[in-house]
Design a protein around this ligand. Structure first.
Ligand code: ZN
Length: 374
């Protein structure tokens, strides 16, 4: 299986970059004594990939091209809006670690931007606005919006529709409008959640958490949505799209970092006790994984270690030569952690990639929360 991750972010000369990646890979395969027939097959796949990439005209905002291909005709390609370093792998199975890291790093977010009168709802995935679910305008009198619920900066008393009304009554009337609006917005957001099964909700409101609208909105939000709230940022529905995207993304990243902190703290805590449900370090993670004990595999994004894998049954080993399951010869792999990630996914375990530095954890590179101890 040839796996290609190609950073195509403009103005990168990605075609010539691919040429040199292929050139290096061929030299390495020749030097490593791969059997001639197999090498010819791999060469054909590499040629097909090069022809495909050379023929690319428009990339439509893609920043990463991912391709998996085999000599027997398997071909699967993806275009993603997030860049990763260019890499080319030829191994018994697909190199999936960067993909799983991307998918995890970016939950599918629903972003709601709301003020006293309007609301905008969109979905955000892999750092991009994926789909606009609608712009919503309530029947709240238009001059209320700028007050975000502070209300009644409106027309002078004694004229227009408010003639003869007392101030407290006007206030109450406005508050009713705003509450009705926020209730409708909350209902629509909940409907969108049910339809699209988002992971998280992010809310933009005037002055964010500190403003008046957000606390009012929160009282209307379905408890299911409250439980999925990942962040609140200062924003208004008529802000430029790129600005809303930037703020929503910052809120999402802050949320991901906080989750990561909690996970690492728990892992360190569990691995300190003799009977705790946590292990640190690949030499302890691997046996636990092979016994089906792993609930959540945690790997540092930059951690790499060599190892071996059985091409027949995916038995993993740090040092053995032969597979104890089938007696076959184990094949060395450049990035053993990729195989560990793949095995964990195959077992239905969760995989968490750690992107920031945590001295105690980073020194180990990997760890796991266990389902049980043996
Ligand atoms: Zn085997």
């Amino acid at each position: 299986m040839v796996s290609l991750y190609l950073n195509v972010t403009p103005p990168r000369p990605f075609k010539s970059e691919l040429h040199s990646l292929i050139h290096e890979k061929r030299a390495r395969l020749a030097a490593s004594g791969v059997e001639k027939g197999l090498r010819r097959n791999i060469d054909e796949v590499l040629d097909r990939i090069r022809a495909h990439v050379d023929g690319l005209r428009t990339l439509e905002g893609a920043r990463l091209l991912v391709l998996f291909a085999t000599p027997d005709g398997f071909w699967q390609g993806y275009r993603l809006p997030v860049a990763l370093p260019s890499r080319l792998y030829v191994e018994p199975d697909p190199y999936i670690r960067p993909l799983t890291a991307l998918l995890e790093e970016f939950d599918r977010y629903c972003v709601l931007v709301v003020d006293a009168r309007e609301a905008r709802l969109f979905t955000m995935y892999l750092g991009e606005i994926e789909e606009h679910l609608g712009f919503f305008e309530s029947d709240t009198p238009s001059w209320i919006s700028e007050g975000d619920g502070r209300a009644a900066r409106g027309p002078a008393l004694g004229v227009g529709p408010w003639a003869g009304w007392r101030e407290p009554k006007i206030q109450r009337h406005i508050q009713d409008h705003v509450h009705r609006h926020l209730k409708q917005v909350s209902d629509r957001t909940f409907q969108a959640f049910k339809r699209f099964s988002f992971d998280r909700l992010i809310v933009g409101a005037p002055e964010g958490r500190e403003g008046k609208i957000y606390p009012m909105l929160k009282r209307h939000l379905h408890s299911y949505l409250q439980g999925r709230l990942a962040g609140v940022f200062p924003g208004e529905p008529d802000m430029p799209e790129h600005e809303l995207k930037k703020r929503a993304l910052e809120a999402a990243q802050a949320h991901e970092r906080a989750e990561e902190e909690r996970l690492i703290a728990r892992l360190l805590e569990e691995s300190q006790h003799r009977d705790g449900l946590g292990v640190l370090g690949i030499e302890r993670v691997l046996p636990a994984l092979m016994l089906g004990q792993v609930h959540t595999l945690v790997v540092d994004h930059s951690f790499r270690t060599p190892g071996r894998v059985c091409p027949a049954d995916h038995y993993l080993s740090l040092s053995e030569d032969r597979c104890p399951l089938c007696g076959g010869k184990l094949a060395p792999v450049e990035d053993f952690v990729d195989e560990v990630v793949e095995e964990a996914i195959a077992q239905g375990a969760e995989v968490e990639h750690v992107f920031t530095e945590h001295p105690e954890f980073s020194a180990q590179g990997s760890g796991a929360l266990l389902r049980f101890r043996v």
